[in-house]
Ligand binder design. Structure first.
Ligand SMILES: Nc1ncnc2c1ncn2[C@@H]1O[C@H](COP(=O)(O)OP(=O)(O)OP(=O)(O)O)[C@@H](O)[C@H]1O
Ligand SMILES: [Mg+2]
Length: 1089
């Protein structure tokens, strides 16, 4: 090998590829050097040599330094929801350490230390330019500028030095990732600031280096890469991620736009965001589940030093990090969560594995290849890049779990060690040297004549190389200029479009898109000029406005703009909602009207400029739209409560769950319809009080009722299950749409016809909890029998059936007790045996059966500490089935706990609906204590009775109980003594007086008292019923003013009834007790005076 050749090779050994993954460099003898020009752009200027493999060697100084991933955390201000809920801040910061406090336990707090911690929660004000700045100079509030100074400047520095740099934003949805990365309005984020400074630096250094910047922007959604800058349909659709040995993973065909100003980049980002917005609507995708990647490639040519430096800056706005999996108890039959964000899950796995490597654990495999995102970020994590992660947090107590999980994630990321190297290439110096050497050789050649032949041979290779290199330099230069010209032309066109759009905004009314992701709201503007405009899937023709989205028809509706009045007429069969109400006729639009077209395409109508005034449009965000729709369905917080800080947080959580799920349900219904799945989804608010034995107004939760329209089967899905299924439905739907184009050719091949076990729209039928009834047990504490007609109420308060039930105090053989066994003081039961029977006689007016006769029902209940629920046998096809089910329970030594239970609780009788194909519910007797006569033993002390609670608590309550027992015992002894005394006095009186003169036998006062109590108890049952009716009483969904007035009148009447009944019961009791006392006194007077 000639000296030049070896020089060339050693130079290449020192060369680092510009590509992020170019750690393996291929090289051949210089003669065979083959510079692939076409690859120059697509491989980000990697040089290709193709025979021998040489591992790239970095500069020694680079190799020794390991770069830990730098981690910053940032806490944002409370958002509206958090303020409404009266949230507390659970995060505090001192310098770069951050502490998070568990809101449920003041003793539990976790502290973390990061490279930077930014307090952006409080201590700020908005200046005249709309910038959020510290309230006072030097205040602790971290604004966008200070974040940029720490993180952005570092990244820029690294890039200018020739290092690859990566910035990742991680955090739960709405925590401020996009705010930090991209920013909102005047509060520009890291990316635009970085671009500003980058081009500024380029200008400042233009004497020493020539710079080229390339910009690309992509989105990863559901493991598909979408080019956000692609033009036209040719390149639209998902791109492939490929792998090549020399350049690692790359996105094939990704548009890379040369840029020469920050303004140009800003505009490209705007274009990208617009594509992201339309892609989100077209694909029915949730943007917070997608990752956005911006890649800035910077090439610097230092002509004096004849070196080239290349670096990639990756800016990644990750998808919302909230836990995508539901808890184990709610596990879904279908694959869960994994696909919801495979990329995010894999990123977590990669980070964990790398963190383990950093602490010296043996890790066999880093799962980079498991997802698209980790493939593309391979060098950013553990590779050739200087990487920064900004973890964003919500400060609110309600987000504690998510924030803690974000902090843990960030802590792991902090441990990752990268090996960044300067991507410096001496090719140009080499070319110069070759040129000089060539000239020398040619000189020698001409001098040496004969010898020249050999010299010529020797230099032939070098000359070829020289030619290649010269060609390459020229080509690169020309290509760059060509591309830049093209990009500038494109940019000018875009700029003209934007200017045109701004002009149109000042002339015409238009509709503005509103997206769940604030970053994508207000991006699309559709103008309604004078005349008639079809809006729908129809291609943009001269008289139509083209939109795409779920449930949008070919001609969905017609806008008419005549004499400065704009009307909207829905086409038959299409769904149009204006200000929360469905419209089917022509509606005149007013400035700031809210439109929902199809299942969930939301727009704000902006009237003519003269109508606009200075109003603030920002309040009409996605939440506003959904709250308005929820209100139309009768679900609302009420005017004052929305603003008040006293709104019950659990109620707020339910409300926000409802408005979050509502559009998803609308979309699921649309997909079901389009895929002919014949299932309907409906949200229900489940009142958990219905399953609570104390009947307290506990929390509520949202569930989704799924009904198959054909077979009338019903499922109830939890919120998490529905969200998981909705995601799988989207996958099926997208597949279906992709197949739609081919379906005409391949008839019958359809994603809609999935096998059942893979179908997210389907589930095997199961018994369904229809409703519950509460049978209060208080009467048992007095050994008074109770016979009740109970309303079985569904989760939304609907009457599902009437159940006739009895509680019968009995003896151990099951014989009912008589009136004389009634107790005045329930504590008499303590330590004694108590037997009673629960009788479920008949059920009437079963709504479940009325809806479809091929169904059945069962009742289930759980008494006191019975470890398993017991079920009645199934009865089918009967609207008023006779149950005749009797269960005997016994407590051998009645405890205070049982007595408390009887006095304050009800047995919850659950009505289960059976459907064709599902198996009956069977009482499992495992762990249930039973006698040979079939008597269920409750309240038995023993190991099974032990509640696995904190032993200190347990011993405390045992001690309290023992104390109670002791007190009761002494009371009892006193009473006995008193009784004895009385009996003696009575005997003396009888013997001494004329008491024996045939006095009619009177009922004892105790029995009278017990009877009065029984009457009172019965009347209280009806009072309780009245109270429940009051609780359930709500205005009807369509209530107008008149309806509301009627509702208030009715409410007033119910209140009056309630208070009258209550007063009457109490006064009857008072009257009865007074009469008993009077009689007792009279008798005492006769007998004792
Ligand atoms: N530091 C901050 N100061 C002021 N407002 C903020 C800050 N961080 C976030 N916000 C506001 O919070 C809202 C949500 O923020 P952002 O859109 O950045 O969330 P995100 O994490 O990107 O959510 P998603 O995962 O849905 O994309 C925005 O309205 C934004 O203006
Ligand atoms: Mg975002």
């Amino acid at each position: 090998m000639s000296s030049n050749a070896s020089k060339l090779q050693s130079s290449f050994e020192a060369t680092q590829g510009s590509n992020l993954h170019c750690q393996v460099f291929t090289c051949v003898s210089p003669a065979a050097l083959n510079v692939s020009l076409s690859a120059c752009y697509s491989t980000q200027f990697a040089l290709l040599c193709s025979d021998c493999l040489l591992t790239m060697r970095a500069k020694a100084s680079d190799m020794h330094g390991k770069d830990c991933v730098k981690v910053a955390v940032r806490v944002r201000p409370f958002n509206k929801r958090e303020r409404d809920a009266g949230s507390h801040c659970v995060v505090s910061m001192v310098s770069s350490s951050i502490t998070i406090q568990d809101p449920r336990d003041s003793q539990t707090r976790r502290s973390f230390c990061f490279d930077y911690a930014y307090w952006s929660h409080s201590g700020f004000s908005r200046d005249r330019r709309g910038l959020y700045v510290p309230e006072e100079e030097g205040g602790r509030y971290a604004d966008q500028d200070s974040v940029f100074q720490d993180l952005g400047e570092g990244i820029l520095d690294n890039a200018l030095q020739g290092y690859n740099a990566t910035l990742l934003a991680y955090g739960q949805t709405g925590s401020g990732k996009s705010y930090s990365m991209v920013g909102y309005g005047p509060n520009k984020g890291l990316v635009p600031k970085l671009c500003d400074r980058l081009f500024e630096a380029i200008r400042e250094n233009q004497d020493t280096r020539q710079c080229q910047v390339f910009f690309s922007m992509m989105e990863i959604y559901n493991e598909q890469v979408i080019d956000l800058l692609s033009r036209g349909s040719r390149t639209s659709g998902a791109l492939r991620v490929r792998e090549e040995q020399h350049r690692g993973f790359y996105v094939e065909g990704l548009r890379t736009v040369p840029c020469d100003s920050a303004h140009q980049v800003e505009q490209l980002m705007e274009q990208g965001t617009r594509t992201r917005t339309t892609a989100a609507t077209h694909m029915n995708a949730n943007s917070s589940r997608s990752h956005m990647l911006i890649v800035l490639q910077l090439k610097q040519i230092f002509s004096k030093e004849s070196i080239t430096k290349q670096s990639n800056i990756n800016l990644v706005d990750l998808a919302g990090s909230e836990r995508q999996r539901s808890s184990g108890s709610e596990a879904d039959r279908l694959k869960e969560g994994t696909a919801i964000n495979l990329s995010l899950t894999t990123l977590g796995n990669v980070i964990s594995a790398l963190a383990d490597v950093a602490v010296g654990k043996k890790v066999v495999h880093i799962p980079y290849r498991d997802s698209v995102l980790t493939k593309l970020l391979q060098s950013a994590l553990g590779g050739n890049s200087r990487t920064v992660m900004i973890a964003t947090l919500s400060p609110a107590d309600i987000c504690f779990e998510e924030s803690l999980s974000t902090l843990r994630y960030a802590e792991r990321a902090k441990r990752i060690q990268n090996k960044a190297v300067v991507n410096e290439s001496p090719t140009e110096r080499l070319v110069k040297e070759l040129k000089a050497e060539n000239a020398r050789l040619l000189q020698r050649l001409s001098r040496l004549g004969q010898e020249g032949r050999r010299a010529h041979d020797e230099t032939k290779e070098l000359r070829q190389l020289l030619t290649h290199n010269e060609l390459q330099i020229r080509a690169i230069q020309t290509l760059w200029e060509q591309h830049l010209q093209e990009a500038l032309k494109d940019w000018e066109q875009q700029y003209a479009n934007i200017t045109q759009e701004r002009r149109m905004m000042q002339m015409h009314p238009y509709i503005l898109n509103i997206n769940e992701d604030a970053q994508l709201s207000g991006v699309v503007k559709l103008f309604i000029q004078e005349g008639e405009w079809d809006i729908g899937l129809c291609d943009s023709s001269l008289s139509s406005i083209s939109i795409k989205g779920l449930g949008i028809q070919e001609r969905h509706a017609v806008f008419r703009n005549e004499q400065r009045r704009v009307t909207l007429t829905p086409q038959p069969g299409s769904k149009v909602i204006v200000n929360g109400h469905a419209v089917s006729q022509t509606a005149e639009l007013q400035h700031l009207d809210r439109l929902v077209l199809g299942s969930n395409c939301t727009y704000l109508f902006i009237g003519y400029p003269s109508e606009r005034g200075g109003d603030d449009w920002s309040r009409y965000d996605y939440d506003y739209f959904q709250s308005e729709l929820a209100a139309a369905e009768g679900v609302h917080l009420g005017e004052s409560s929305a603003e008040s800080t006293h709104t019950d947080p659990s109620l707020l959580a339910v409300f926000y769950d409802y408005i979050k799920l509502m559009p998803m349900v609308a979309e699921a219904n649309q997909m079901s319809q389009e895929l002919s799945k014949e299932v309907e989804f409906k949200l229900e608010i489940k009142n958990l009080a219905l399953s609570d034995p104390k009947g307290h107004d506990l929390e509520k939760e949202i569930v989704c009722r799924v009904t198959s329209t054909g077979r009338k089967q019903v499922w109830i899905w939890s919120k998490t299950k529905f969200v998981n299924r909705k995601f799988l439905m989207e996958e099926v739907y997208q597949q279906h749409q992709a197949e739609q184009s081919e379906i005409n050719r391949v008839e019958g091949l359809s994603a809609a016809a999935l096998p059942r076990d893979k179908d997210p729209f389907w589930d095997p039928v199961e018994p369904l909890l229809l409703g519950t009834a509460h049978l209060w047990l208080q009467s048992l504490a007095f050994r008074i029998p109770l016979e009740e007609q109970l309303e079985v109420l569904g989760s939304e308060g609907t009457e599902e059936a009437i159940l006739q039930a009895q509680l019968v105090p009995c003896n151990s053989t099951g014989l009912p007790l008589g009136e004389d066994d009634i107790l005045i003081d329930p504590s008499e039961l303590l330590g004694r045996r108590l037997d009673f029977q629960l009788v479920l006689e008949q059920c009437c007016g079963l709504r479940w059966i009325r809806e479809a006769r091929n169904r059945g029902v069962q009742f289930g209940f759980r008494m006191f500490d019975c470890s398993q629920p017991l079920y009645t046998p199934a009865v089918w096809h009967n609207l008023n089935p006779l149950l005749d089910h009797r269960v005997h329970f016994a407590s051998v030594h009645t405890s205070q706990r049982l007595l408390d239970y009887l006095q304050s609780s009800a047995v919850v009788l659950e009505l289960w609906g059976l459907q064709e194909g599902c198996t009956d519910l069977v009482s499992s007797l495992e762990g249930v204590r039973m006698t040979t006569d079939g008597v269920f033993i409750i309240d038995e002390e023993g190991p099974t009775n032990a509640v696995p609670v904190n032993s200190a608590e347990l011993s405390c309550s045992v001690r309290a109980l023992l104390q109670d027992v002791e007190e009761l015992k002494s009371d009892n002894a006193l009473l006995k003594k008193e009784n004895q005394c009385l009996r003696e006095q009575l005997n003396t009186t009888k013997n001494g007086g004329d008491g024996g003169r045939g006095r009619p036998l009177r009922p004892s006062c105790d029995a009278e008292f017990a009877r009065a109590l029984k009457v009172f108890y019965h009347s209280m049952t009806s009072v309780r019923g009245q109270l429940q009716r009051l609780r359930r009483h709500r205005p009807s969904e369509e209530s107008d003013l008149l309806g509301l007035r009627l509702f208030i009148d009715e409410q007033g009447r119910l209140m009056r009834d309630f208070s009258e009944q209550l007063e009457q019961s109490v006064s009857t009791l008072k009257h009865d007790v007074a009469a008993i006392v009077r009689r007792k006194r009279e008798r005492s007077g006769i007998w004792f005076d």
